[in-house]
Design a protein around this ligand. Structure first.
Ligand code: UDP
Length: 380
């Protein structure tokens, strides 16, 4: 009989949904027909107003009022966010219980930092233990709320988050360091670059920079794009591909821009592995999903900013591993891309090799196999 797996996520950023979908695809590919995997946006679909408005507030909070986000996230104020989450969880527990009753899962996966406590409370109320695992979708720094000592397994992608899980009291045999759950498409080799570029409408020969601001298209993407246009059209050959994510207004403005270099402007794309495969380097905010994907594709990375808190540690990660740079100033970003495409081409090649060696293309499959083991043991 098919076993039911329920994945709890919420659309605060592109990463949680992308990770949930990656896990579902991983189960479907490795265990066809064995599991029925459902993904729910717990906050939007199960919580009452005003809690269900949180995902809508995320781009605003993390982009426009970073000080407030930092206050909720910062090391010194973890007590505050813990208290708020404690109150929110007690308020929400009945709604989460309803989700569990409705979906009758054999195993629950959380890919969201706010889902641990409330799920444990709901199961305690139901006097029923459903195997519960957490897949941490942050790379090097993560909020402590991700880690609950009673989970059956927690999956992490770095030594730092491994240590955090240990410190939170998760027994060592339940902590698995396997990498971030990236879509299985990234585990497959992509088509040769000339073929990809032809299919994507890019110029065949000139080096290409990919510009992206996470799932929501946040940060100074537009300004960086304009500077790249000016710099790369001035003697250095280069082309640009921009992924605006869900930021439609920015997509429209960039599409209407008078480009001096070949430019491919996109909204939310479903074939990120192809865009990455077609380009030579990437400029992005320090989103964990995008960084992990770029490493798999061997793309040197310029980080143009980070969301305070969960993305902060990704900056030293990229720099210390010699796979890129952290540059906030759009003009300097464009100048660096131009150097990488010109006199510093050999640096670009070396960074690309190092990036590829750090990628975990099989992480999603490793994680789903491990989760299947957890379920098997629980039902044995
Ligand atoms: N993404 C995508 N299409 C887009 C924009 C983003 O598939 O048009 C994916 C991207 O490949 C990555 C995720 O969305 O897997 C973004 O996650 P990240 O952790 O980088 O940033 P977030 O948006 O969660 O802050």
């Amino acid at each position: 009989m098919q076993q039911r797996i329920l994945i709890l996520m919420s659309d605060t950023g592109g990463g949680h949904r992308a990770s949930a979908q990656a896990l579902k695809a991983g189960f479907d590919e490795r265990f066809p027909g064995r599991f029925a995997v459902e993904i729910i946006d717990v906050i939007t679909d199960y919580l009452p107003w005003p809690l269900n408005q949180m995902p809508k507030a995320y781009p605003f909070l993390s982009n426009d009022v970073p000080w407030l986000w930092k206050l909720l996230y910062g090391n010194q104020t973890h007590g505050l966010s813990r208290t708020l989450t404690g109150v929110g969880s007690r308020f929400s527990v009945g709604y989460i219980r309803r989700a569990f009753v409705q979906h009758t899962p054999d195993l629950v996966i959380s890919v969201h930092p706010l889902m641990q406590l409330v799920s444990m409370l709901a199961m305690a109320q139901m006097q029923q233990h459903v195997p519960f695992v957490t897949v941490v979708t942050d790379l090097t720094t993560a909020h402590p709320l991700w880690f609950h000592p009673q989970v059956d397994a927690v999956y992490v992608a770095s030594d730092n988050t491994y240590t955090m899980a240990q410190q939170a009291g998760v027994p060592m045999d339940r902590i698995h360091l396997l990498g971030l759950p990236i879509r299985p498409a990234f585990a497959q080799p992509v088509r040769p670059r000339p073929e990809l570029r032809a299919a994507l409408g890019m110029a065949p020969e000139i080096p290409a920079v990919l510009l992206i601001g996470g799932g929501e298209g946040i940060g100074p993407v537009e300004e960086i794009a304009r500077h790249c246009n000016a710099t790369l059209s001035d003697g250095v050959a280069g082309q640009i591909a921009v992924v605006c994510g869900r930021n439609k207004a920015m997509q429209e403005r960039l599409a209407a821009f008078d480009w001096a270099i070949p430019a491919a402007i996109n909204g939310f794309v479903d074939n990120m592995q192809e865009w990455m495969g077609a380009c030579d380097c990437i400029v992005t905010k320090a989103g964990p999903g995008t960084i992990a994907e770029a490493l798999i594709c061997g793309l040197p990375i310029i980080l143009s900013g980070f969301i305070p808190g969960q993305e902060e540690g990704n900056v030293p990660f990229v720099m210390e591993n010699g796979v890129g740079a952290y540059i906030e100033e759009p003009a300097e970003i464009a100048a660096t891309v131009a150097r990488w495409f010109g006199p510093q081409r050999s640096d670009l090649v070396a960074m690309s090799k190092r990036a590829r060696s750090l990628g975990h293309p099989q992480a999603t499959f490793d994680i789903v196999h491990s989760i299947a083991d957890v379920l098997e043991k629980a039902t044995a």
